[in-house]
Design a binder for this molecule. Structure first.
Ligand SMILES: [Zn+2]
Length: 331
């Protein structure tokens, strides 16, 4: 019987879509079960005209009234939503792990008002799902899923979604990166842009040691100067992205594309810091260089930077400090 085939196919599709919703979507985003396509195929496959008519009538009159039954396994010939395992970010394991459904409920207990029970609209269901990491069996995660006919929406998470943070994102400012991603994922684009700008600003402040009332441009210039010369021009520029993010923040623009590009470029910058092994501390270049390099520094750039002339440099060259450095170099 084709109605049973439709129900079985709808159940399978719903389970796949629910998996996609839990794994890939964020608050107030949704997935769609393509019921129209399944029905069309089943009606077309039917040979007898009267059955075609019957199926069409059933699909418009009966099917919308049917409720998904939450189950462990798909049930043949019934409208079931078999709860899938899902690959989710585990806050305890700090990576994606396999999660299994352990508890579930479909709001199914009507409240009686003065002896009158209010019916829910056709195709309306709210599911509460509880999932647990199968690696650490830590504290479970809760999801609120809203069904509106063939749409499944993610309408709640308990606790709040924990965004994945790449290993190269600095630990100290990672909360700003995480909040940027959560705000963006929840559709709060200007908040996401603000957190993203604050993320690079706070990192640059820490690395440069600049505090208090300093403009973003000054911080970013100082940060750029502190980057090692051979690498700095290969890396996406924080100054450039700070400027672009500031511009959209002033106009409070819902610029989804800018957030995505800025985030990708900022991540690339941090990944390159990791590849080039750039320290988060930025001591004066002289402090980190070995003895030979120090003497080279004293001979050239150090003096030029402070505007010391040739005569003065020659005088210093014969001081005990210079003599010690030269001795050190020869040994
Ligand atoms: Zn875990």
């Amino acid at each position: 019987m084709s109605t049973q085939a439709v129900l079985t196919l709808l159940g399978l599709k719903a389970s796949q879509e629910l998996k996609s919703l839990l794994e890939n979507k964020h608050l107030y985003q949704h997935v769609t079960i393509n019921a129209g396509e399944i029905l069309k195929q089943q009606i077309e496959a039917e040979n007898q005209t009267n059955l075609k008519i019957y199926l069409g009538k059933w699909a418009t009159e009966e099917l919308p009234k049917m409720r998904f039954m939450l189950t462990n396994q798909p049930v043949k010939d019934a409208l079931t939503l078999a709860l899938p395992n899902a690959s989710l970010f585990c806050r305890y394991c700090q990576r994606r792990e396999a999660f299994a459904p352990i508890w579930s409920a479909d709001v199914g207990s009507p409240i009686v008002h003065g002896g009158r029970q209010i019916a829910l609209p056709d195709g309306f269901q709210i599911f509460f799902l509880v999932y647990q990491c199968q690696r650490c069996f830590g504290r479970p995660e809760g999801f609120l899923v809203r069904r509106e006919v063939w749409i499944l929406g993610l309408h709640g998470r308990s606790p709040i979604e924990l965004a994945e943070v790449p290993a190269y994102v600095p630990k100290v400012e990672s909360w700003l990166y995480r909040d940027a991603v959560i705000a963006f994922n929840s559709g709060k684009i200007p908040a996401g842009l603000f957190y993203l700008r604050s993320f690079i600003e706070q990192f640059a402040r820490r690395v440069t040691g600049l505090t208090g009332r300093v403009t973003g441009d000054e911080i970013m210039d100082a940060y750029y100067k502190a980057l090692p010369a051979p690498n700095k021009d290969q890396m996406p520029s924080f100054r450039e992205w700070y400027d672009k993010l500031s511009k959209v923040l002033h106009s409070v623009t819902q610029d989804v594309g800018l957030f995505e590009t800025a985030k990708a470029q900022i991540e690339k910058h941090f990944d390159m810091r990791r590849v080039f092994e750039i320290s988060e501390k930025s001591p004066a270049p002289e402090e980190t260089k070995p003895a030979m390099a120090v003497s080279a520094g004293l001979r050239g750039s150090h003096f030029r930077r402070f505007g010391v002339g040739h005569a003065a440099r020659r005088r210093v060259r014969n001081t005990p400090v210079r003599w010690l450095l030269r001795k050190n170099k020869q040994s």
